[in-house]
Design a protein around this ligand. Structure first.
Ligand code: PMP
Length: 405
């Protein structure tokens, strides 16, 4: 019998299954209140607009031919143009050569790591970080460095040598927090002095429920350097949270030179993203993006509010949590001595509530990072007011139980 373990490449040593995916498999069959995974709510998918776009494609043989053919590796031309115009309109002037279409932004993160990381190179990541990004980077065998929490500690003397720094400035997954304008400028300063790239995950940028938008690193960098070709930023974007994740359409925006290299990676990886999906999306975003974003914000704002109220009503005083202005997540801090991994296990086993403990969002082996084991992530994307209240009530009971032991 083949010994598969002896055949796996060394890059697989650092690759482990995502806690969340594994847990979702286990939970599929039980009556659980899911406060863990952050799937978009199917209520907000634009069914009618997608159906109309689909019918228009099948009714026109020339369109249908394009839809069923391989798309160019860099992406369906009209969609790239639309994204370039969208970014230009929203403060990041760029052209079609600055855009690569990817299968969701997850593929964008994988490709950027493939472009920049040789084994042993340093990848700097914000702490905590999106699990999907960490798992994508792991396969390229980096050494991790944490971006210190306090921007006063972002000094070139201690933080140089990284190939890139990965951040999600708006409503981060997992904390729900947002980088201030000063922090964004400080990070651009750090990139300029150290020569590293910045990988900006723009996944939640459009999902702002209150407060004024803050310019992206991409737009600040273009303003600072006067030209997208001179900037250190690669930004990943996606339609997963504003239209629908199953279409798997996202993009990378950045200097044309890096985009050309990323196109070669795309070619070698999967040739191209589905032309059909790109065409469907283009038709929908042309007429419906603003309405879809408005609808998503209305639904998620109400969910965030009920989650925050449930926390305020049910958590003991020693528990702290973030107040996200957008996105899908709240980050909760238990009293220092409590281990959220044990807490999450007990919440599931004894109270049928699923949450993700914070330790999952830390990179392996980062020497300058202390894992805060008393933290966990809540997602409110699929949770109405009643289950939010019930779920958080049960978590509150468990905190009280564990805090006195
Ligand atoms: N970045 C962040 C921060 C995410 O939370 C996610 C998915 N939840 C992604 C990227 C990947 O999304 P997609 O590939 O669907 O664009």
């Amino acid at each position: 019998m083949t010994d598969w373990n002896s055949l796996y490449a060394s890059r697989m040593d650092g690759v482990v299954a995502s806690d969340i995916r594994e847990r979702m498999k286990l939970l599929a069959a039980r009556e659980i209140i899911h406060l863990g995974g952050g799937l978009p709510d199917p209520e907000i998918f634009p069914y009618d607009a997608l159906s109309a776009a689909s019918q228009a494609i099948w009714a026109d043989r020339a369109l249908a031919r394009t839809a069923l053919q391989y798309a160019p590796s860099e992406g369906h031309g009209p969609l790239r143009t639309w994204i370039a115009e969208y970014l230009t309109r929203t403060g990041s002037p760029c052209g079609v050569d600055n855009i690569l279409i990817t299968n969701g932004s997850q593929q964008g993160l994988d490709f950027i790591a493939k472009l920049l990381l040789s084994p042993g190179d340093t990848a700097m990541v914000e702490i905590p970080s999106f699990i999907g990004a960490l798992r994508a980077f792991d396969a390229y065998q980096p050494r991790y460095l944490g971006l210190p929490e306090d921007a006063d500690d972002w000094r070139a003397e201690t933080l140089s040598g990284a190939k890139f720094c990965y951040v999600g400035p708006d409503f981060r997954n997992p904390t729900g927090t947002t980088m201030t304008l000063d922090e964004r400028n400080a990070l651009l300063d750090l990139a300029d002095t150290t020569g590293m790239a910045l990988v900006e995950d723009g996944c939640y940028e459009q999902l702002r429920y209150d407060g004024a938008p803050i310019p992206s690193l991409l737009s600040l960098a273009i303003a600072r350097h006067g030209d997208i070709e001179k900037i250190p930023v690669l930004q990943t974007g996606t339609f997963s949270k504003t239209i629908a994740p199953s279409l798997r359409v996202g993009w990378i925006a950045g200097p044309a030179d890096a985009i050309r290299k990323l196109v070669l990676i795309k070619q070698a990886s999967d040739l191209a993203t589905s032309a059909l999906n790109q065409m469907l999306l283009l038709e929908v975003v042309k007429t419906h993006l603003d309405a879809s974003i408005a609808e998503a914000c209305t639904v998620y704002r109400a969910r965030r509010d009920s989650m925050l109220k449930a926390l305020a009503d049910n958590m003991p005083e020693a528990v702290r949590w973030t107040m996200p202005e957008g996105g899908l997540y709240v980050w909760v801090e238990l009293p220092d001595h409590m281990d959220a991994t044990v807490f999450a296990q007990r919440a599931l086993a004894e109270h049928s509530v699923s949450i993700i403990s914070g330790a999952a969002f830390y990179p392996a082996g980062a020497s300058n990072v202390a894992v805060r084991r008393n933290t966990f992530r809540l997602s409110f994307s699929m949770i109405g007011a009643d289950p939010a209240r019930t779920g958080v009530e049960r978590l509150g009971v468990l905190v009280r139980e564990m805090a006195v032991v």
